[in-house]
Design a protein around this ligand. Sequence first.
Ligand code: KG4
Ligand code: ZN
Length: 358
Amino acid sequence: MAKDYCVLGIESSCDETGVALVQVQGKALPLLLADALYSQIEMHQAYGGVVPELASRDHIRRVLPLTEQVLAASGRTLADVDVVAFTRGPGLAGALLVGAGVACALAAALGKPVLGMHHLEGHLLSPFLSADPPEFPFVALLVSGGHTQLMRVDGVGRYELLGETIDDAAGEAFDKSAKLLGLGYPGGPALSKLAEQGDAAAFKLPRPLLKSGNLDFSFAGLKTAVMVQAKKLALVAGVAVEALPVQVLADLAASTQAAIVEVLVKKSLTALNQTGLNRLVVAGGVGANRSLRAQLNAACAQRGVRVHYPELHLCTDNGAMIAMAAAMRLQSGQQAATEVYAFDVRPRWPLANLPVAS
Ligand code: KG4
Ligand code: ZN
């Protein structure tokens, strides 16, 4: 690879189409030149969740205009793209195939190499795009809509799984509880907004596996407890759950959020203790949650632990994290595929099985 080059990143694993261009200069931290995002949230809202076929079709509509937008914003042209990176998995198969197809076609037309990236590696490395980037090694709390994992991260591709959810992810707990309370999709931001007006001590909800002694999580029972509590209140009031007084819904939302956040904070601290590391990176959509950030910051400050987050707008899915992770892999010696443009996607793909880059 030349000393200076540009990497185009394409993300299409779920309900956001993201494209970004980063510049690599030697061993310096890659620089984000431009990024563009189209969120399909409004389209899926009518169905109460992501409809995979509609997601795929919309990625097709958005990906090329977004690419043109990114090139224009960075003052570059396709001729300046040296490597095309795309999300290879995990995610929705049809949605992934759109990004993979476009990336491989572009690369073939330009005579440039491609790199298929792991979506969670993108999230994991996204704090390197922030004004306060971390240094290796660190503990990573990965909290997205589909995953909740604690990892030990010693370098690019050097990921050791310390613990993960045995059922629902933290984001799923937010989303499913929000749906029960009639808050629509996506539930995380809506539930946390309502929780701001509520009393977190109003309802006693379970803290699953809080004292399990290991670093695994379980959130499926919490969602059931929220449902039982909500139905009980609705029965007494003689109304549907969604028609409960706003203050009651806010108290339930705050209590739910408090249960999720307490478990995430406690397990992160245990992971830091177990590994002896004093740096924590939080990544994935739930990392945007204000209460989680406030409580992690307070707990870590007491212990002299530095916490790093991605910029708020880069917590949820985006193209910048894919371009960045690809650039960091290339910097650590990974080769991009130059001749074979046959592509495949991996809807299920464990992060801990990724090869070390160099
Ligand atoms: O990382 P992400 O964009 O997509 C996946 O890779 O899954 O994460 C999406 C998840 C959803 O479950 C969403 O409800 C949650 O992140 N989320 C939040 C907040 N913003 C997004 N959860 C709690 N509080 C938030 N502010
Ligand atoms: Zn994601």
